[in-house]
Design a binder for this molecule. Sequence first.
Ligand code: F1P
Length: 358
Amino acid sequence: MPDSDLRVHSVHTLPEILSQPAIWLRLRQLLLNDPAIAAAKTRIAAAQEYLFVGCGSSYYLAESAAAAWTLLTGKRTRTLPASEILLFPELSRLESDGVQAIVVSRSGRTSETVRAAEFLSRHGRIPTFGVTCAAGSELTKACDFSFALAAADERSMVMTRSFTSLFLMFLEIATGQNGETKTGAALAGIASAMERKIQALSDQAASFTATHNFDDYIVLAQGPFFSVGREAALKMTEMSRSYSQIYHTLEFRHGPKTMVSNRTCLLFLLSETGMEEESEVLVEMKDLGGTIVAICNRASERVRRASDFLFELEADVPEFVLPAPFLVLPQLLGYHTGIAKGLNPDEPTHLNRVVILD
Ligand code: F1P
């Protein structure tokens, strides 16, 4: 039997990626009508500072939510991987008053995350809000109150729609006024724009990965896009076993750009705020021989000219919701690169859906 027939074909990951616009729209209805969301907004609003916690993709989700939260609420936020709270509690500065912990875990079962939630409650006397896709999970039992978004969960090992949907839910809680919030209207904008484009984008990513392969993937992003950039790099690694790194876009000139060659793929998550300065770096890296994947809401002429693969969302929405749709193309590139390499993105090598420690 030829090897290709032995290979287990991915069945979950691509449909889950492609389902994101529909899930975001369902989320909009849920967020407007769910009493648990209204209760969370009220309980959280009184805090002066927020400590976001998670592991792996959920750590990057927590960090992405914290960045957006800072912009939307004007309050201080910090993010830590759960392991830092457990191993270096003194360094984590857990004693400050008025702190609300927000603990994130898709499965609600990750040992480090559950233990960190218990530690924060017991030793830090910090109120904990658990955010998960798994109602009734250990995390919901370890936290003072919690919210579960089961509709966004995946069958696949890799987080895709759960990441973007929970991120958008955090935006809703942060912007929460009564009735149609800024996020609620923007959700409809990104969902309809992405719905129109996502299948063609997936087809374009499939043909791009079939005709290109690279030694290195570099993700470049600034501000509220940086932590989503960390997740983009992790998706490339998890789904295609490719070596990928993330840098602040303008930081890339200060040394790491020495890596650029015609075997390097550079993914730019272009903000609207920093488009001018970020696209200068994009043009420089194109001149150094790199292959440029540009992800933006609307491209400037020089971005259009210098890009080998350009995605424009073209949605009339505020910048703070853009990190979610900007993650879709990196998810698709990770998936199609993995398939092109004969891998199964549903079950990445060496990885389990949940890291359970003894
Ligand atoms: C956290 C996590 C995932 C990663 C892998 C292992 O899971 O690190 O981010 O992709 O599945 O577990 P969770 O705490 O969000 O369930």
